[in-house]
Design a binder for this molecule. Structure first.
Ligand code: FDA
Length: 384
């Protein structure tokens, strides 16, 4: 195969691919980014409600799921959230911490894409969109065939992300290509995804602060009832740990000794409706759903204890997830055992790198996934 010659072809111009291209370009490499979409960084643009939660002050290896929890350490240590914040600051993009260390643009996610493209342009990275890659082969060099011409390169970086939001053009390209080169791919599943309930209560739109627990993992954040089940940050977080058939335990009153509260109200407001009392501490519609009619005085202490237990430890067994259509990320991906954690290069295929969400490293909700994209992209770009 002939075609224009580059040092590096990065397939996928998302968060990880652009960062990798920038770092390789800074080191004098001739870099081509190929993307099949009509523009790069589409997920960055829609992220964080259009404001891009671009990193998290608390980013650390423990916030990532992977078959090998140690794999992400090297990249996260070499290109940290503070390195990315410094880049954002150099581009004078104003930002704020929303909650739990989550950093968002004050203005728009478009600023992050513009920053990445400006950095690419500054080091001569060639970014081409609307290219469908039909073949990647390796002899001495890599050859890439596309619907708009062929390219050759000493290194190829797979940066096409995960399977979530197929409507936006997500593909299994990185996984499929990795497999074709003999690399193992771990089981993939939707993560950071709403969960469905077998008999979802009619509470759609009700939201409250909870502690969601699956096994030994807990998250304290908001939970939202939906038409089909449960969503909100607490549920999205716990969804990455949940598996079919498993039960979740949800504390609907994390700051309260529910039993003491109910018995206290029975003494101090015996004529009050139980529902009214409950509505002091949970949204009214939920209070109505949880308690039958009747006053506090009519309740035996042991019934109040039982209700308190239900409030502190509401057990649900989700039917499933809302799938890739609603998932923020993909759990699983190219097996980390196949890659060098320092360079993201495949151990079996020299010159082939895999970065970002395509790898079996998945962060919590809150800017952690972009930080993995920046860190893994940067270390690959630093090595190629
Ligand atoms: P990414 O998906 O960014 O980029 C992949 C690129 O490859 C795309 O440009 C795509 O067009 C291209 N591509 C795909 N298939 C191809 C093919 N076959 N050929 C050529 N090109 C191909 N994370 C976070 O940290 N903070 C947040 O606020 C959010 N918010 C958020 C909202 C929503 C709605 C979603 C779906 C996801 C998030 N995320 C997030 C997750 C975050 O977007 C995600 O983890 C990163 O974008 C992953 O970066 P990558 O570069 O690996 O893939």
């Amino acid at each position: 195969m002939s075609g224009a010659l580059f040092d590096v072809v990065v397939v996928g111009g998302g968060a990880a691919g652009l960062m990798c291209a920038i770092r390789a370009g800074q080191r004098g490499r001739r870099v081509l980014v190929l993307d099949h979409a009509e523009k790069v960084g589409k997920k960055i643009l829609i992220s964080g409600g259009g404001r891009c939660n671009f990193t998290n002050l608390e980013a650390r290896p423990e916030a990532y799921l992977s078959a090998n929890p140690h794999f992400c350490k090297s990249a996260l240590a070499r290109y940290t959230q503070h390195d990315f914040i410094a880049l954002v600051d150099r581009h004078r993009i104003a930002w704020h911490e929303k909650t739990l260390g989550q950093l968002f643009c004050d203005g728009s996610a478009r600023q992050i894409v513009a920053m990445l493209l400006a950095e690419c342009a500054a080091v001569g990275v060639d970014v081409r969109v609307g290219h469908r890659i039909t073949a990647i082969e390796k002899a001495n060099r890599f050859s890439l065939r596309t619907d708009k011409g062929d390219f050759r390169a000493s290194a190829v970086v797979l940066a096409t992300g995960g399977l979530s939001i197929p409507k936006m053009g997500a593909t299994g390209f990185a996984h499929d290509t990795a497999r074709r080169f003999g690399l193992a791919v771990t089981e993939t599943r939707p993560a950071l995804v709403p969960l469905t309930l077998p008999n979802a209560p009619d509470l759609s739109g009700v939201s409250l602060d909870v502690v969601a627990r699956c096994g030994r993992t807990t998250f304290r954040e908001a939970m939202l009832f939906t038409h089909r089940g449960l969503s909100g940050p607490a549920i999205l977080q716990i969804s990455s740990y949940w598996r079919e058939g498993r039960e979740l335990s949800i504390d609907l009153l994390p700051d309260l000794d529910a039993s003491a509260f109910l018995k206290d109200r029975k003494r101090s407001r015996p004529k009050a409706e139980l529902r009214t009392v409950l509505a002091e501490v949970v949204p009214q519609r939920l209070a109505q759903h949880l308690a039958a009619e009747g006053t506090m005085a009519e309740r035996r202490d042991k019934d109040l204890d039982a209700l308190a237990r239900r409030l502190k430890d509401w057990r649900v067994t989700p039917a499933g997830t809302e799938g890739y259509a609603k998932a923020e990320v993909t759990l699983g991906g190219v097996d980390t055992a196949e890659l060098s954690s320092r360079t993201m290069e495949a151990k079996k295929v020299s010159g082939l790198h895999v970065i970002g969400e395509a790898v079996d490293v998945t962060g919590w909700l809150g800017g952690y996934n972009f930080q993995w994209a920046w860190s893994s992209g940067w270390v690959a770009g630093d090595a190629i």
